[in-house]
Design a protein around this ligand. Structure first.
Ligand SMILES: [Zn+2]
Ligand SMILES: [Zn+2]
Length: 339
């Protein structure tokens, strides 16, 4: 009999599933990839075959600008809760991760052993995707982007209230929110709607197609308008959403005296807000904070935790203090740029 868990092989380029000869979120092109979600550091192009949720496949097709599968490779859509039988007697089940549209944890089962790879995840409610589901397993392979006790994300309602208060206080200006084009932008818009903001929201052109894709999958974002179709005066007293790179760009000169905001978990760190000249930092993250990470590990209660990327030292120490086994995988190429 093979040694326990010898079929699951951590590699700097992703998790390799030996009997199935496939990779989870590989950072290099491979013959067969199981992809957790559409952020670029997890969903690289060029794979022979990509297995992912229909939403993630659509996001990849949009980003790699191909008609069908990413880079024209073969695709296998998997719905949440669906199990696919891979080669070598490995079953893969896709389970909501609560991170962005289409994001999934992948449960692998082989020889009576259960391994969950979370991809990126959070535990807070998000109107744009179904919530993370706790899935018991033997090995829990988790991210740790915000794996330090200082990272506690505030309730999103507080951050939305800050944004709307500022908007109301300056009716002749606009609030320009920098947000990543996949996930954060749509979540901010959906949360503004949930907070009762029914006014049109203006978009930088780079956000349009991803917002339309969310709408195609049934996420209601209310009335969206393109900045390029409107005058400065039209946008006074309104919210404008742009990619973070456009915040201090020439592009923003067409806006009415923008108050610059940025929606990111990193806005907890003052220096990061200063670097981007952000007047209104909004601490909004699509990753688990310290409390969510440690609560999740307790709820999943695995024999062992493997940490893919992020700040692993404090989380390793936490495992020691709680008599839990853990190891850091030191994977390369997973930037936390998406938050
Ligand atoms: Zn991500
Ligand atoms: Zn990531």
């Amino acid at each position: 009999m093979a040694a326990p868990f010898s079929w699951i092989v951590p590699d700097p380029h992703g998790v390799y599933v030996k009997p199935a000869d496939c990779w989870i979120d590989p950072s290099k092109a491979v013959a067969k990839a199981l992809v957790t979600h559409g952020h670029a550091d997890h969903a690289r192009g060029g794979h022979g075959k990509t297995v992912a949720t229909p939403e993630t496949l659509a996001i990849m097709a949009l980003r790699y600008r191909t008609g069908e599968g990413p880079d024209g490779g073969a695709t296998r859509p998997v719905e949440y809760g669906e199990t696919v039988r891979l080669d070598g007697g490995v079953d893969a089940t896709y389970i909501p991760a609560g991170h962005v549209l289409g994001s999934a944890q992948i449960l692998l089962e082989h020889a009576g052993e259960r391994v969950v790879i979370t991809g990126d995840y959070k535990r807070r409610a998000d109107p744009t995707c179904p919530p993370f589901e706790v899935t018991p397993c033997d090995i829990f392979i988790t991210e740790a982007t915000f794996g330090l006790p200082l990272f506690t994300h505030p309730p999103i309602e507080e951050e939305m209230a800050k944004l709307l208060d500022r908007l109301a206080a300056y009716p002749d200006r606009c609030v320009l929110v920098g947000a990543y084009a996949l996930g954060k932008a749509q979540r901010v818009i959906a949360e503004l709607r949930a907070a009762g903001h029914t006014q049109p929201i203006y978009l930088h052109g780079a956000m349009e197609r991803m917002c339309r894709l969310y709408e195609d999958f049934g996420v209601d974002l209310g009335e969206l308008r393109l900045v390029s179709d409107h005058t400065k005066d039209d946008m006074r007293g309104h919210v404008v959403v742009c990619p973070p790179s456009a915040l201090n760009d020439r592009w923003s000169r067409r806006l009415p005296d923008p108050i610059t905001a940025m929606a990111s978990g990193w806005m907890r760190v003052r220096q990061r807000a200063r670097q981007r000249n952000v007047e209104l930092p909004l601490v909004i993250s699509d990753h688990a904070d310290w409390g969510e990470l440690t609560r999740t590990i307790q709820e999943v209660d695995p024999q062992e935790t493997w940490i893919t990327h992020g700040r692993e030292e404090a989380l390793l120490r936490w495992h020691q203090l709680h008599q839990r086994r853990a190891r850091a995988l030191a994977m390369v190429g997973y930037e936390d740029e998406d938050d």
